[in-house]
Design a protein around this ligand. Structure first.
Ligand SMILES: *Cc1c(COP(=O)(O)O)cnc(C)c1O
Length: 369
């Protein structure tokens, strides 16, 4: 591990490998694996993570929006890429870049068929998404007859897979809800298989679905947060390795007298003699205002130091009164300790939001081994 001079996000590809292997160990041998690399692979680095996943044997990648898939194609990624949130404006680009759209409504299905026909496509691979309870994107089960009718009139597209998404796979108190989603999906799958004269493959489980619902693995699983090293529970987190470490260093140390304020708007006032350190990272880097005023706690030489006062755009100040440290010393914002989960939860948010929010100003440093 390098000693940070500036703020860096270290991305450990060895950890990606460990996480992938752990997830794979939960699957049947022939279950396919889709690496979800949307949002810069959850705030890390989508190309390097994608290349690593492909080298490890991942069958598919998924991105949220078309432009994310274009970046991967232009960097030479050849495996199939599902665009989870295909939009009408990007249908032409999707076909030009050999991306595979999720078609989730009649408007989107008909619009994509029209584009595929116009571009002279035959059996262009598409994926149909069904709503089984999340009520976000997807056809309803009752739409199936209409879908079959629309599909029967064209050979421009071919349904490669059908899928749905679980709303609470990490929450075992919602087991009933999830089981209902799984049984709905089974019923949809049966109707689709009957209505088409071929059998598309099926997928439903995200990371927590993989871990908690083996009966929901179907033909393929989709993992994003797991690849990045989080199991969505304290017990499962032990089986993963966080991929990203956000580190920085102390720019300046201040010795305060009692009754001195720190930072903008006097959000913090010392009630004793204390020592603070200023760090070169702020809300423009993804450490938002919610982490200010003691909610964010970072690690300095193995000791925990809370953020004092408001988060500034480019800096934060931390309390190092009881910590033996110097200007230039390394500071871990999150990594192994605190984990992104711990750092986020203390401020009332989740690791997904924290890690995907690390801005592009922060240099990414790939660690191969
Ligand atoms: C983001 C996403 C995933 C990945 O979920 P994780 O919980 O990060 O594994 C899977 N499927 C869909 C449809 C998604 O949007």
């Amino acid at each position: 591990m390098s000693k940070a001079q500036e703020t860096v996000l270290e991305i450990n590809l060895k950890s990606v490998e460990q996480n992938y292997k752990y997830l794979k160990s939960k699957l049947q041998e022939n279950t396919r694996f889709m690496g979800v690399v949307k949002a810069y692979a959850y705030g890390s680095e989508s190309l390097k993570i994608s290349q690593k996943l492909i080298a490890l044997g991942a069958d598919y990648l998924a991105v949220a929006y078309t432009n994310e898939g274009v970046i991967l194609r232009e960097a030479g990624i050849k495996v199939p890429i599902l665009v989870l949130h295909a939009q009408e404006v990007s249908f032409k680009t999707i076909i030009e870049k050999c991306l595979e759209p999720n078609l989730y409504s009649e408007r989107i299905l008909k619009g994509f068929i029209a584009t595929a026909e116009k571009l002279g496509q035959k059996n262009y691979p598409v994926h149909l998404k069904f709503n089984t309870g999340l009520n976000r994107l997807g056809f309803n089960e009752t739409d199936i007859p209409n879908i079959i009718k629309i599909l029967s009139k064209t050979d421009a597209i071919k349904v490669t897979s059908i899928f749905s998404h679980l709303a609470a796979s990490e929450d075992l108190n919602e087991r009933k809800f999830t089981e209902n989603q799984i049984s709905k999906f089974n019923s949809i799958a049966k109707k689709i298989d009957l209505g088409l004269n071929y059998i598309p493959f099926k997928h439903l489980a995200n990371t927590s679905g993989i871990l908690n619902y083996p009966e929901a693995h179907f033909d393929m699983v989709r993992s994003g947060i797991g690849i990045n090293g989080f199991g969505n529970s304290l017990a499962e987190d032990q089986n993963f390795k966080p991929v990203s470490t956000l580190k920085t260093s102390i720019s300046q140390i201040h010795h305060l007298e009692p009754n001195e304020s720190v930072g903008y708007n006097m959000a913090f006032t010392s009630n004793k003699k204390m020592i603070t350190a200023t760090l070169p990272i702020g809300h423009a880097d993804g450490i938002g205002r919610i982490y200010g005023n003691g909610k964010g706690i970072v690690s300095v030489n193995g000791k925990m130091a809370p953020i004092v006062g408001n988060t500034c755009m480019d800096m934060i100040m931390i309390d190092i009164t009881d910590i033996n440290c110097n200007e230039g010393d390394e500071v871990i914002i999150f990594g192994n300790k605190p984990t992104a989960n711990e750092f986020a939860e203390n401020a009332g948010t989740i690791s997904y939001e924290l890690i995907t929010g690390i801005s592009q100003r922060v240099k990414r440093l790939i660690i191969e081994s």
